[in-house]
Each structure stands twice: as C-alpha cells, then as structure tokens.
Design a protein around this ligand. Structure first.
Ligand SMILES: Nc1ncnc2c1ncn2[C@@H]1O[C@H](COP(=O)(O)OP(=O)(O)O)[C@@H](O)[C@H]1O
Ligand SMILES: [Mg+2]
Length: 312
C-alpha cells in the first residue's frame, strides 16, 4: 500500500474529537477522493500525514503509514518520504509558499534536500513540466515572488513543486477552491493526465462530491469528522446507501458546495451518527448508535440505509 491509515483519531487538547476513527488506504496508482464539508477535519488529516499537526491538536489513536514507514515517528525514514515519494498540493498556495523566495528558489527546494540536485539542474529538468502546466518559463518570470503572480499560477507552481521529486503519491487538499470553474476543469484534466502518465496514486480532498467523482476511482464521505460511507465512485453515485451521501449528490449536481454551514461544532456532536440531527430517515437509535457495516473501502455507517434504486 502507498498509504495506510488505520483507526486514526485526532483530538483537541481538551479531548474533543476532531477526526476519526478513520481507516483508509491508497494502493499504488489509485485515485481516492475524500469528501467532506468545511470543518470536517480534512486539512487536519493531511497535516497528520505529514507530521505537522497544529498546536492544540494531537493524534489520540490509530496509525498512519506511507510506503510501510510510520509517519507519526520523527526521523530520517519519514523525512526521506515526505516531499519526495509523497507530496502535498496545499489548500492555500499563498500560505504554503515562502514569500521571501523567488519562484525558481521555491522550485529548487525539495530536489535540493532529497536529491542534492543543484538549482540550475533542477530548473532545467522542470522547464518542460512548467510549460506543460501552462506557466511561463522565462527567467524574468521565475525571478518573481509568489505575490507577483496570479492565484491560478501559484496553484500550478505548487503542483510543479509537489511533482519536483517524482512522487508516487500526491495529497491534494482542495486544490481548486481558489480557481474559477474553467481553471478548475483545466487543473483536474491536467492532474488526471499526469496521474495516468506517472502512475501516481492520489488522495483528492474536497467538499465537492461532483469534482471528486470526476477525479477518483473510489470515494470516502466524511461528516462531522467521521466516515459515513465509502465505495467505488460508480456505486456511490448510482446507489448511495447513506442519506447524507444522497443529499450531497443532489447538492453536487444542482449547485456545488452549498452544503456547508450546518456542521455542528466538534464539542456539540452527538454520540451516535453525527448526521442524525439533520437526517430525513433518522431513527431514535441513530442518536446513540451507528456501527460501520461492510468493509472500510465499501461500506457505510447507517442504521437505516437507503434501498438501491433510482433517486429523484
Ligand atoms: N489548531 C487547532 N486547534 C483546535 N481545533 C482546530 C485546530 N485546527 C483546526 N481545528 C478544528 O478542527 C476541525 C477541522 O478542521 P479542518 O481540518 O481545517 O477542516 P476542513 O479542512 O475539513 O475544512 C474544525 O472544527 C476546526 O475548528
Ligand atoms: Mg481544509
């Protein structure tokens, strides 16, 4: 497995649960989509994967391994993987880029650490990729600083940096949020093309089920920091079992990303199914009890799953 997460639990310092227990895996070359509303713990997951959880959040249980190496344990084994075999395209490029370094200097960073490659050699090697990503390749452009280029260019620069050491696995954390729909589609097509060519595996994290279903073979739907349903994309789209997945589907097709704003705060989440207070199918039991049924890659957590069949 490229990535194996087992019963991962992330908590606030005061013991309030933020994410999990979460189990998922990404096989070599596989495209997994992690779908959840804003505040469901998606970015924390990526931070946990890279061992950079923010202060105030801790891993309270479970394990994360990438290419067989435990990612919670600091050390050279982990450092060799981060940024090299496993790379990250961040949600907010402006925050992820160093404002004091030119574009050329940013691009040279990871290869200099992981391959001891001199900057000029890195740039020469990456020029075709930059061109392919639609970025200007002349020296004048590469001498600019992050704030001197457009949001779309910053996003593509981050993708180029993530690909700079030929990773096997890519984490994409809402990489298209800052882009308009046309640029979003172009970015998606580009990542899929690179994925096929380089046999990349990826974890595409998004609040947009429509986008995830175009990008991924398999989907995992989160609500309130907990997995609600997982399965092959085609099955989830044609026969969602969880009422929350069904609801996301209607939202995705009508108008993406209108589902936010209802998520209870982490400290206010019910003990049973977190979706129970909003669920049209809800039973009394859902508030206290809802076990996961099926396998971690094809199953759901619901007391009253929907019958397969056509939906409005
Ligand atoms: N440093 C922190 N300390 C305490 N709580 C945090 C911290 N960072 C994020 N959270 C909380 O964790 C939850 C998940 O956050 P996040 O992973 O950013 O969600 P998403 O990326 O899905 O929008 C939110 O409720 C957020 O308030
Ligand atoms: Mg986020």
């Amino acid at each position: 497995m490229s990535l194996a997460i087992d019963a991962l639990l992330l908590e606030r310092a005061d013991g309030v649960r933020l994410l999990g227990p979460l189990t998922l895996s990404v096989a070599p070359g596989e495209r997994l989509g992690l779908v959840g509303e804003s505040g469901s713990g998606k970015s924390l997951l990526v931070q946990a994967l890279f061992g950079v959880l923010p202060p105030g959040v801790r891993q309270a249980g479970g394990s994360i391994s990438a290419f067989g190496i435990p990612m919670e344990r600091p050390g050279t084994a982990r450092d060799r993987i981060r940024g090299a075999r496993m790379a990250w395209v961040p949600q907010d490029p402006l925050q992820a880029l160093n404002p004091l370094l030119t574009l050329a200097e940013q691009l040279a960073l990871l290869p200099s650490v992981h391959r001891k490659e001199p900057a000029p050699a890195t740039l020469a090697r990456l020029i075709p990729l930059l061109a392919r990503l639609g970025l200007p390749t002349e020296v004048g452009f590469l001498r600019r600083f992050p704030h001197q280029i457009s949001g779309g260019q910053r996003q593509r620069l981050c993708l180029a940096m993530a690909l700079s050491c030929d990773p096997d696995l890519l984490m994409l954390d809402e990489p298209t949020t800052a882009l308009d729909p046309l640029a979003q589609k172009a970015f998606l097509d580009l990542v899929l093309e690179l994925q096929r060519e380089r046999k990349l595996g990826f974890l595409w994290i998004t609040h947009d089920l429509g986008l995830a279903s175009r990008a991924c073979d398999r989907l995992l739907v989160l609500y309130g920091g907990e997995p609600m349903e997982a399965g092959p994309t085609a099955r989830l789209l044609s026969a969602p079992g969880h009422p929350y997945t069904a609801r996301l589907l209607t939202a995705a097709w009508r108008q993406p990303s209108t589902e936010s704003g209802y998520l209870p705060a982490p400290q206010d989440r019910p003990t049973g199914c977190p979706f129970a207070p909003r669920c049209p199918e809800g039973l009394g039991a859902c508030a206290t009890w809802s076990p996961w049924t099926g396998t971690p890659w094809d199953g759901l957590r619901c007391e009253r799953p929907l019958e397969p069949g056509p939906r409005p």
